[in-house]
Ligand binder design. Structure first.
Ligand code: PGA
Length: 253
C-alpha cells in the first residue's frame, strides 16, 4: 500500500514568529488531520532546527527541507548538506521545484546528484516535475515531463527509486489559482506510473507516491485525490493556513 502524503511547501514565506505561530496552529489540530496520511511541512531552512525540537513529541508531523546540496560537507558557502539535514532528523527534501529550476538554473544532472545524495543519507527526495504553459499548449507536455523524470531519476537502481516521492506540478497551475483538472493531473500521474512500471517493474512502481501540486486547496483536493494515481499533494499557498491544510489532508476518499 502506497503512502498518502500531504506536504506543505511554505516557500520563502513567514518570518520566524509567524512560522512558529503556524506550527502551533497545526499542532493544535493534532488528531484532526487525515488518518493514515503522512503530514509534512517544509518551512524555510533556518527554522528547521527549532521546529525539529518543537515537534519531537508529534509523531504524526514530519519535517522536510526545501532544498539541499549533493556534497556531504566542505567549501560550499550557503548550501546545506543531506548529512546536516539528517542530523536534525529531517525526513524529506524537495528536489527540482520549478522555482529552483527557473530561478537558480538547476538542471537535470544536478538534480540527479541531489536525489542520490539524499537517498544515501536516508532522506526521502520529493522530486518535482511539470511543464510550463507554452509546453502544455504545444501539446508535447507528456514527453516533456517524462524526460524530466527519466533524466534525473531513471539512473537510480530500482531499490532507490522505491525510496523517492514524485510531485507533478504543472507550472501554469502553481500559485495561479488555476488548478489542473483531475483528468489532466491523472493523465500525467498515470503516465509516470506506467513509465515506472516499464522501467522498474510493477512492484516498485506501485510503491512510489506521486503527489499533485499547483493551486491544490480544500475545495479541489477531494476530486484530485480520488484519482487512482494521485497519492496526495504538494501544497504551497494553502499550506500557510492551518485549517485549510488540515482540510486537504482529509480529502482522501
Ligand atoms: P501552490 O504551490 O499550491 O501555491 O500553487 C505549489 C508548489 O509550488 O509546490
Amino acid at each position: 500500500m502506497r503512502k498518502k502524503i500531504v506536504a506543505g511547501n511554505w516557500k520563502m514565506n513567514l518570518d520566524y514568529s509567524e512560522a512558529k505561530a503556524l506550527l502551533h496552529d497545526l499542532i493544535k489540530l493534532k488528531g484532526k488531520f487525515g488518518k493514515d496520511v503522512e503530514v509534512v511541512i517544509c518551512p524555510s531552512s533556518p527554522y528547521l532546527a527549532v521546529f525539529a525540537e518543537l515537534i519531537k513529541d508529534q509523531n504524526w508531523l514530519h519535517l522536510g527541507a526545501q532544498n539541499a546540496y549533493f556534497e556531504d560537507s566542505g567549501a560550499f558557502t550557503g548550501e546545506i548538506s543531506p548529512i546536516q539535514l539528517k542530523s536534525l532528523g529531517i525526513k524529506y527534501c524537495l528536489v527540482g521545484h520549478s522555482e529552483r529550476r527557473d530561478n537558480f538554473n538547476e538542471d537535470y544532472a544536478l538534480l540527479a546528484k541531489k536525489v542520490k545524495a539524499l537517498i544515501a543519507h536516508d532522506i526521502t527526495p520529493v522530486f518535482c516535475c511539470g511543464e510550463q504553459l507554452q509546453v502544455r499548449d504545444s501539446n508535447v507536455y507528456r514527453e516533456f515531463v517524462m524526460k524530466q523524470i527519466e533524466d534525473s531519476l531513471f539512473g537510480l537502481p530500482a531499490p532507490e527509486i522505491a525510496k523517492c516521492v514524485i510531485a507533478y506540478e504543472p507550472i501554469w497551475a502553481i500559485g495561479t489559482g488555476k488548478t489542473a483538472t483531475a483528468e489532466q493531473a491523472q493523465e500525467i500521474h498515470g503516465l509516470i506510473r506506467a513509465r515506472l512500471t516499464s522501467t522498474f517493474g510493477e512492484k516498485i512502481a506501485n510503491e512510489v507516491p506521486i503527489l499533485y501540486g499547483g493551486s491544490c486547496k480544500g475545495d479541489n483536493a477531494k476530486e484530485l485525490f480520488s484519482q487512482k494515481d494521485i497519492d496526495g499533494g504538494l501544497i504551497g499557498g494553502a499550506s500557510l493556513k492551518a485549517d485549510e491544510f488540515c482540510a486537504i489532508s482529509n480529502s482522501f476518499v
